[in-house]
Design a protein around this ligand. Sequence first.
Ligand code: ZN
Length: 145
Amino acid sequence: MSEFDDLYQEVIMDHYRRPKGRADLSHIPDERAMENPTCGDTIKLEILHDEAGRISEVRHNGHGCAISTASASLMSEYTRGLTPEEARAAAERFIGALRGEGKLDELDSMGDLAALRGVAGLPVRVKCATLAWHALLRELGEKAS
Ligand code: ZN
């Protein structure tokens, strides 16, 4: 964790302690949860849309470490008001940047998500940070088809 800037660390711990979008999703079967076996993180998502088809809220629940929980919370905040297409593009940009496929600097244009840039280059942590976003892509994909 020494690679984290203090400010970023604070953002992450804040979202971990008080996750935005966390909700009771016991109506969604556990089989729908996405897992990150490397760390033991699990997450369930539910995407709510407004009348215009934009995302009004991404709700999440699960058991996760600080990184995966903070990332889910930041995702819930970031995706509010986006179209499904915009949310998909954001997920791909975020995952790509952390994996080193895109430019890491792109995270700087994604608000507080920049707080997670410290995990890039730490493969185990990248899986924690991207879990919620993979779940988002899966849910969006199924909505589209
Ligand atoms: Zn984790």
